[in-house]
Design a protein around this ligand. Sequence first.
Ligand code: C2O
Ligand code: CU
Length: 430
Amino acid sequence: MSIGIDQACVQILDGPCTNMWTYGGTYPGLTIRRPTGQTTNVTFSNNLDPAVGALTVHNHGNHSSPENDGRPNEFLIGTGESRTYTYTGLEDGVNERGTMHFYHDHLMDVTGRNVWMGLAGLYIIDDPADPATLPSGAFDLPLAIADRQFDANNQTPYVFDPDGVTGDKILINGVYQPYFDVGDRKYRLRILNASNARIYNLTLSTGDSFIQIGTESGLLPAPVTRTEMRMGPAERLDVVVDFAGRLAQDVYLTDTLTGMQLLQFRVTQHLVDDSTIPPTLRSLPDIGEPTVTRTWDFDKTAGHWTINGLRFDPNRVDARPVLGTTEKWIFTNPTGRPHTVHIHDVAQQCLSRNGGPCYPYETMKETWYLDPSETLEVKLKFTDHIGMYMLHCHMIEHEDDGMMTQFEVIAPRAAPTPRPRPTPLPRPTP
Ligand code: C2O
Ligand code: CU
C-alpha cells in the first residue's frame, strides 16, 4: 500500500481547521490492519514542504530489520522522495503476536515536532492464535489519546521544551470531547498514549473496572482487573470494558491527573453479548536465561536528558549484543521525573521492579513506565536481525534533548575453524 505524507487542514475544533502533517490526510494517520505472518509493504512519500526536511517512519513495537525500522539518521525519505518499508510479520521463526502497534516519525532532533504536527498512525496485527471469543468487529475500538495546545486560530505551533510539550486539550482519535454510542455489552478498547509527553491515569466514571488483556506486546498470560491505569507516552493498554447493566447511562473514560472526561460512552441500546474473556490468554514465549547484564541510567547530566550520562550521538554505539543470545537490562531513574523506556527490535519480559515482583500487567512489553528512583529489570532475546537499533525515553522531548542511544546486534563469532595440520615430514635421523 502507499501512504502520502501530506499537509492537510484537519477539522478538530469549531472554527478554522488545523494545519497538520499527516499520513494520508487524516489525524491520526491511516490505520494499517494486517493478519500476522503476512509480508506488508508500505510506501511512504514525503510530500511536505522542503523546509520540513527528510522524514523517517518507525513502526513502533514491530520486529523490523534496521533498514525498515525508521532509523533517526539513515534510510531517510527526502522531500519529494518515497521509501518502501517491508514488515514480514514474523519474529524468531513464528508469527508476530497480535497487538496494536503505531507508526510515527523518528527523525533525529525533531521527532517531537514531527509527531506533534500529526505524524502518527495505528498499525494493528490480527492473530488467529488469539482467542476468537474476545469482543471483535464493531466491538473492538482503537483509541489514540493525544493532547494538543491550540492557538486563537486553532493552529498547533510547536515550541520545543526539553521537559516535554503538552497541551490543554485532549483528543481521542483526533476528536475533541467525542462520544460513542454503545450497547450494554463488552467492548475491547485498544488504548494508545500517542502524546508527546503527557501521562494519564485512566478510570471509568462509574468506578467500574477495566479487564486488561494485553500490552504493547500482545495478550497477557491471564486477564488483570484494574480500576485505574497509569499510562506514559507510547504505552498501550488492551482492555475489555463491560457496559452490561448501564443501559440508558453515560459512562466516561476519565483522566484523574487532569480531572478531564476524555470520551463519553452513551449506552443507548440493548445488545446480546456473545463475547467472553478466557481465564487464560496467551503464555509468554520462552526466551531463555540472560548471559549478559547491562545497566542503563535514565539521567540528567549537565542540564540535558541523558542515558548513562551521555546524550545521543549517532556515531556512538553503547552495546553490541550477540544475535541469538538473551540479556538482562537494568533501568534506573535517578531524576525527579518519570520516563518511559522504549527499546526497539524485540519485546522484553519483566524480571523485577524495585527489587520485587513486576506488576501483573507488565509481563511483556516494549515501553516501560519508570517513576523517579525506580529500578526495572527486563530480559530480551535478540532474534532474526543484526544491525543498529534505538533505545530511548518516549517522552519525545527527552528523546530529542539526548535521552536516546543505540545498540548493534552482531552476528555470533564463527566457531574457530580447525586449521589443517601439516603432515609431519620425516626428519633425518641424526
Ligand atoms: Cu515509538 Cu523509538 O519509538
Ligand atoms: Cu524521559
